[in-house]
Design a protein around this ligand. Sequence first.
Ligand SMILES: NC(=O)c1ccc[n+]([C@@H]2O[C@H](COP(=O)([O-])OP(=O)(O)OC[C@H]3O[C@@H](n4cnc5c(N)ncnc54)[C@H](OP(=O)(O)O)[C@@H]3O)[C@@H](O)[C@H]2O)c1
Length: 249
Amino acid sequence: MSSSPLQDKVAVVTGGSKGIGAATATALVNLGAKVVINYGRDSAAAEKLVKTLGTDKAYAVQADAGTLSGVEQLVKATVEKYGKIDILIPNAGILPMKDVESTSEADFDRTFALNVKGPYFLVQKALPHIPRGGSIILISTTQNFASTVSAPYTLYCATKGAIDQMVRVMSKDLQAKKGIRVNAVAPGPTGTELFFEGKSEQVLKMIASLNPNNRIGTPEEVADAIVFLAGDGAKWVSGQTIRVNGGQA
Ligand SMILES: NC(=O)c1ccc[n+]([C@@H]2O[C@H](COP(=O)([O-])OP(=O)(O)OC[C@H]3O[C@@H](n4cnc5c(N)ncnc54)[C@H](OP(=O)(O)O)[C@@H]3O)[C@@H](O)[C@H]2O)c1
């Protein structure tokens, strides 16, 4: 097999400057793709990653991936730079720990904006630029498949439930009309800023103990599954949400 199976492919990763997004952008470049790394606020982190990956292979675009104008701007910048989008990864997301009683309208709107509205309209705006054989990979969560889940995941899981249904329905529509595959990965607890925020050592240990490997996953382990779905090795895989969690659920 070629060592650059994604040569000539163009990928867009929202929230591509950190965590799972950064590991995915890195893996895509290592397989030969050109990658647009979208980020929200921290331009230093995005520019540092672009420098590491090479300015001929990676390009940073600041845009709010939770707004219509932001996703339009991201698509426009990508098409101006590279002309098309073969691999679309709406990855940016937030995890406010909110049960139903403590959720404000602002929490609800902010979380649904980045986790659901952004991915939905990014797909819509990118579609005219995705050729046949293109691949869309959304990000769900293992929490949606766990037999028990704690109340503070209520708002987050509601948003990821919407992602699971987008995969189910859009995959059939876009395969039939445009030959584009739509899948998702559902990571388990993974060592990123989003995951570590606000958790004590004790809580981190307890979460690790729920996994049969007695540890949480790494962003690179999740990225490996995402790039599998991006490539031709997954050309007969569509409409699937793949759990990437070391066997936890
Ligand atoms: N980590 C886990 O345990 C886990 C488990 C299951 C699912 N997931 C999902 O995996 C995805 C990635 O999570 P992660 O843990 O890798 O997150 P992370 O490490 O916190 O990274 C977040 C990324 O999103 C960007 N971002 C934040 N707000 C943005 C906005 N409004 N517009 C554009 N970019 C924005 C950040 O850039 P700036 O810092 O510049 O704003 C950063 O690049 C999310 O959808 C999350 O729900 C994560």
